[in-house]
Design a protein around this ligand. Structure first.
Ligand SMILES: [Fe+2]
Length: 549
């Protein structure tokens, strides 16, 4: 069966293609349209479809729209509650419902040859659940969807047994841990549905001194659900506008909400485990990108193993929706092979772009060693290799790399990316070396979705990636999965004694991650990056940037 998955209703529009139960392609629309998050999550943008990523998925597999067996649309308008029933009083829902009902005809228009009746609605949280439970390596698992909102709910607890989902609980709106966190994001002057990770970063600078006051408003109810009553955050710290300086009160508020979130999640996880007794927990939904909470779930929760969908936000529902429908049509689905499900380029295609741009480039004997040499001398490297990542994290395919041994490199990297100085950057580390340096969070951690404690004797050796609280959000690199990245790390260790490199996403402020070779050249041309390693080629910046000692 050939099933295309579409996410369009709220944010992070994306497409994914599942052929005979295998995920063959998945990509977010922002990588094509070059508009961060694809669109703003507003009611009147609900009609906008991931047209470019959908067309690419089909082209990648050599399939025309009329050959599709089904299209999974990850939202079911028939299940929506009214603005009054949901308690959100969101008038925009009328428009969302109308656009979702029209989605089959919009899709048939966007993908000529597709018959409207091939489009199937998949409940939003079932699509999220499938992106975890069906995409994870273990086919039987408990699943928790932690979201802002779906049609009428904000969460789902259930389990997959041999690929079949049993739903055990779902919290009805307006109670929503995701919306609570979004409200706080907005209160702190950041962009709702986009900048929640900045709140998590800010929380690490604060003390959770307001948790007592929040305990009644934000709590688990003991039946698999929870309550999130409206909180007037201004009682704890005044509202900020974009760009305002935050104070200790703001950090303390962020830390307090973060802790309540973690405590409630742990209650939900324990309830689910008591029902299923499973070994493996899988997570999806935007809140599952909260790697601090994920780490507490893994470290303190009852499950032996926690697997988080790398595209845990709404983009992942394209993939989950497609897997769910493929199952419903009788296919045996396979776990996702990795996060590198986006566009890739042959050496010849890359070289043609370099020739067109008329830049000087070389083809070194070993690009991994050339990159390690530049990093060892404290240069910054733009690393463009293989297929792009599905989800918000750079995982060694569209990455910006640096030496982790210089404290000044944190500010330098944040300057390159034009972003706030309190934002941490993360390390990638060879898998077999990780346990000597990092603890508490699970290892392996290939998708950068947990935080780890940095061993005290290592903190001064890797100050760029050691956060203020002594933690780091690591990506472990297994040479079986990522041989080129692993070799680069080995070459870097030979030169410096450090099996770790700073890894952040290859983009500049406000722009989506680089996706195609031209994006890479544009990014390289506009940012103080010393070397672009693109496929087997390297492009050097003619005049090296000043390097802090
Ligand atoms: Fe969602």
């Amino acid at each position: 069966m050939k099933v295309l998955g579409i996410n369009a209703i709220y944010h992070d529009p994306a497409a994914a293609l599942v052929v005979d139960g295998r995920v063959v392609a998945a990509a977010e629309e922002e990588r094509f349209s070059r508009r961060k998050h694809g669109k703003r999550p507003l009611p009147w943008s609900a009609w906008e479809l991931p047209e470019l990523s959908a067309a690419w998925c089909l082209a990648e597999a050599g399939i025309s729209p009329d050959e599709l067996d089904a299209v999974a649309y990850s939202f079911d308008p028939a299940l929506m509650s009214t603005p009054e029933q949901s308690g959100l009083f969101d008038d925009g829902d009328v428009m969302r419902k109308m656009y979702a009902e029209k989605a089959p005809s919009f899709l048939a228009h966007a993908l000529p040859g597709l018959a409207e009746e091939k489009v199937r609605y998949v409940q939003h949280h079932v699509a999220h659940a499938a992106s975890a439970g069906l995409a994870a390596p273990e086919s039987s698992n408990s699943v928790l969807v932690l979201d802002g909102r779906g049609e009428a709910h904000s969460h789902l607890a259930g389990r997959y047994v041999d690929g079949q989902l049993e739903v055990l609980a779902g919290q009805a709106l307006p109670h929503s841990l995701g919306l609570l966190y979004e409200d706080l994001t907005d209160h702190l002057g950041f962009l709702r549905s986009s900048d929640e990770f900045k709140v998590m970063a800010m929380a690490s600078f604060g003390k959770p001194r307001f948790v007592g006051e929040l305990a009644q408003a934000v709590r688990a109810t003991g039946d698999g659900g929870f309550r999130t009553e409206k909180v007037d955050f201004a009682e704890f710290a005044p509202r900020l506008r974009a760009g305002d300086e935050w104070t200790q009160d703001h950090a303390d508020l962020a830390a307090s909400v973060q802790q309540r979130l973690e405590d409630v999640l742990l209650d939900l996880v324990r309830w689910l485990h008591a029902r299923t007794g499973d070994q493996v927990l899988t997570l999806a939904g935007g809140t599952a990108l909260n790697c601090v909470a994920n780490t507490r779930i893994a470290a303190e929760g009852p499950f032996d193993e926690v697997w988080v969908q790398p595209a845990a936000g709404d983009a992942g529902t394209a993939l989950g929706g497609a897997l769910h429908v493929a199952r419903a049509l009788g296919d045996v689905t396979q776990p996702m092979p990795g996060a590198d499900l986006g566009r890739g380029w042959s050496d010849e295609e890359i070289e043609a772009v370099l020739v067109t741009a008329s830049v000087d480039y070389e083809r070194p004997r070993d690009v991994a060693d050339t990159v390690a040499e530049t990093l060892a001398s404290n240069g910054i490297v733009a690393w463009f290799q293989g297929r792009s990542e599905f989800g918000p994290r750079a995982l060694g395919h569209r990455s910006l790399l640096a030496h982790p041994g210089y404290e000044a490199n944190l500010e330098r990297m944040n300057d390159v990316k034009g972003r706030e100085q309190f934002r941490p950057v993360a390390p990638m580390v060879l898998l077999e070396r990780a346990p000597q340096i990092f603890s508490r969070g699970p290892i392996p951690s290939p998708y950068m979705l947990f935080v780890h404690d940095v061993a005290p004797e290592w903190r001064d050796r890797i100050p760029t990636v050691t956060h203020v609280d002594g933690t780091a959000r690591i990506q472990t690199v297994d040479r079986a999965d990522e041989p080129l990245v692993a070799r680069m790390l080995e070459c870097f260790e030979r030169r410096t004694g450090l099996p770790i490199v700073v890894n952040t996403s290859l983009n500049t402020a406000g722009r989506p991650m680089v996706d195609d070779p031209r994006d890479a050249l544009e990014c390289f041309g506009s940012a103080p990056v010393d070397l672009l390693a693109i496929g087997p080629f390297v492009v050097r910046r003619p005049k090296a940037t000043p390097r802090p000692a």
